[in-house]
Design a protein around this ligand. Structure first.
Ligand code: URA
Length: 214
């Protein structure tokens, strides 16, 4: 059994947090196990909970489109996972203790896949992996070194925010997906690089704040 398959079977039996009680299925993640690009979302919604697959609802359709149109990648070429693997009731935000309980699964997925680029969708995935409380509007638009192997994080908005927010949000997401594509093909930054690259974050009032920018 591969490391990912073993990890998945552990996740499928997980009862580490109360989300286990309300789930239909565990949405472990799926995709190319040696992907250069790993996408990390927040947590399963209704469709994902029913099907056991990440990003298969409306957000997933937009994700697939942006991957194809801006990053030149088909869904099957990337690996897609979430911060929490079970659906929070009524699609509420995952609680800190639920995120903490699920964190070892995400960390192990990242370690096993060893992607060159992690594209974080929304506030939760970005804050968890960058270990920050800064908002997504200030975090996106740049590339952040991640881990010791020269990988980078490219934060962007959650597709659900784009579905609510319309063209302006989609345009910024398109730029971020292009950034992810560029990071995939650019030389790895030297070991020990810690500074983000790209323009400094916007200083004006944010287009999306709080859970809107999830
Ligand atoms: N939103 C997420 O964050 N993840 C999914 O898998 C689906 C919707």
């Amino acid at each position: 059994m591969s490391g990912l398959a073993e990890l998945a079977s552990t996740a499928l039996a997980c009862t580490r947090c109360p989300l286990a009680g309300g789930r239909t299925t565990v949405v472990f993640g799926e995709g190319e196990p040696h992907a250069g690009l790993m996408v990390v979302g927040e947590g399963p919604g209704r469709e994902e909970d029913l099907q056991g697959r990440p990003f298969v609802g409306r957000s997933g359709q937009l994700l697939d489109r942006l991957l194809a149109e801006e990053a030149g990648l088909e869904r099957a070429e990337v690996y897609i996972a979430n911060v929490v693997k079970c659906r929070p009731p009524d699609n509420r935000d995952p609680l800190p203790e639920e995120i903490a309980a699920c964190r070892p699964f995400l960390d192990r997925q990242v370690a096993l896949i060893a992607p060159r680029v992690v594209l974080t969708l929304g506030r939760f995935a970005t804050q968890v992996l960058l270990d920050t409380t800064e908002g997504i509007t200030r975090l996106r638009g740049r590339t952040y070194p991640f881990g010791a192997g020269g990988a980078v994080i490219v934060p962007t908005f959650h597709p659900a925010a784009a579905l609510r927010g319309g063209g302006a949000v989609v345009a910024q997401m398109r730029a971020d997906f292009v950034r992810a594509r560029q990071a995939l093909t650019s030389p790895r930054p030297p070991a020990g690089t810690t500074a983000p690259s790209g323009p400094p974050p916007a200083t004006q009032g944010s287009l999306l704040s709080g859970s809107q920018g999830r």
